[in-house]
Design a binder for this molecule. Structure first.
Ligand code: UD1
Length: 362
């Protein structure tokens, strides 16, 4: 098996889990922003018997050599730039890594591994934009993208085409896509490229759209990392948390262990689901509420936060997954309750920041 991005937060844990039963190779460029402690990650992967190939998705020669060398039966494609806000300031870079990198992957598979049975893409719920909504009479309706003028005036809620207020409901892959950030657009392009490149071929493509993944191992050093890691660091450094908009943004936080298990099941299940699956906890929580719970986990006062009214371009208002298809087709359900996951993250973050020399990305 070959895991692109296999030294990252999700990829490294996935590689170690799969290495217990398979020969696993990792292809990763160890980009500094996502890899504060590359040596520690390399040691953890080596201990698990994972072979690491250092290379970049933008370099088709390196990727081709890795493919020819490893001849994988399954590819798990996780290498990507992942920051919603950051993507606006680096659109070309996001396109190069996420889109061109995936096009390179499709080409080298055709050249060096033409009968590859299975390829799994780590995609994102960001491809939905605001996602599924209902109007006041309970009818399904599509929200229009939020306008910067409204956000600047503190009007954060969702509206339909005629200005009617909408409420978000859990979203599944039957809902139309409408990416609201450059990051989301590049991830959607990855899905299209892989579906089209392998259409009618022996290679089956599986797609998991992930909600907000969190847990021990998510970088505490990367300013563009997931919000819960950012909050942990800020709490432990005695700073106050800045909660954007009015604090009522909701996210579906899914623990890393549950996400790794979903990928393992996609890699190992005898018949891989062909339809796109949504992977999340299935539960939404406001940023204000989750920040308070994290403060509690770290023994800090629940007042150490400020609802700022600031907003981020491309941020969507509410995200909750409808995970029923993943349960029906893959047999996957999340197991880690949010409070247990937050406690695990808080404990791990405390250890990392008390012993910076041992800072681990894996
Ligand atoms: C995250 C992932 C993205 C994934 C998506 C799926 C990261 C970096 N991004 O994007 O890869 O595809 O989930 O849903 O992990 N916020 C604050 N205060 C802060 C920082 C953030 O209130 O100091 C808010 C943001 O405005 C946002 C929420 O927290 O509403 C989550 O932000 P973030 O962790 O960056 O994730 P997403 O943009 O949801």
């Amino acid at each position: 098996m070959l895991i692109t991005g296999g030294a990252g937060f999700i990829g490294s844990r996935l590689a170690i889990a799969l290495a217990a039963r398979h020969r696993v190779h990792v292809f990763d460029n160890f980009a500094a922003q996502a890899h504060p402690a590359p040596a520690t990650t390399r040691i953890a992967l080596a201990r698990a018997g994972v072979r690491v190939i250092t290379g970049d998705m933008r370099d088709p020669a390196a990727l081709g050599a890795a493919m020819a060398d490893t001849r994988p039966d399954v590819i798990l494609h996780l290498a990507a730039e992942t920051g919603t806000g950051q993507s606006f300031s680096q659109p070309a870079h996001y396109v190069q890594v996420n889109v061109l990198g995936t096009a390179h992957l499709a080409e080298v598979v055709r050249r060096h591994a033409p009968g590859l049975p299975r390829l799994v893409l780590a995609s994102t719920r960001a491809v939905y934009g605001e996602g599924a909504c209902i109007d006041e009479s309970g009818r399904r309706a599509q929200a229009v993208p939020r306008r910067s003028d409204d956000l600047a005036l503190g009007r954060f809620g969702l509206q339909g085409r005629d200005g009617q207020p909408l409420a978000a409901v859990p979203t599944d892959a039957d809902w139309p896509v409408a990416p609201a950030s450059i990051y989301a657009a590049t991830k959607l392009m990855q899905e299209h490229l892989l579906r089209q490149a392998f259409w009618g071929s022996a290679t089956q493509v599986g797609i998991l759209r992930l909600q907000n993944v969190y847990g021990p191992g998510q970088s505490l050093d990367n300013p563009y990392t997931g919000v819960l890691s950012i909050f942990c660091r800020q709490i432990l450094e005695g700073r106050n948390l800045a909660i954007f908009e009015d604090g009522q943004i909701t996210r579906d936080f899914v623990m890393i262990d549950d996400v790794v298990r979903a990928f393992v099941m996609m890699a190992e299940t005898p018949v891989m689901p062909q339809q796109t699956l949504d992977i999340g906890s299935g539960q939404g929580i406001t940023l204000l509420d989750v920040a308070r719970r994290l403060l509690l986990c770290l023994g800090a006062s629940r007042d150490r936060l400020r609802v700022t009214g600031a907003y981020r371009p491309g941020d969507i208002r509410h995200a909750v997954a409808d995970i029923s298809r993943a349960t029906a087709q893959l047999g996957w359900t999340p197991r880690v309750p949010l409070d247990a996951g937050l406690m695990a993250l808080a404990r791990w973050s405390g250890r990392q920041l008390r012993h910076p020399a041992a800072r681990a990305s894996a």
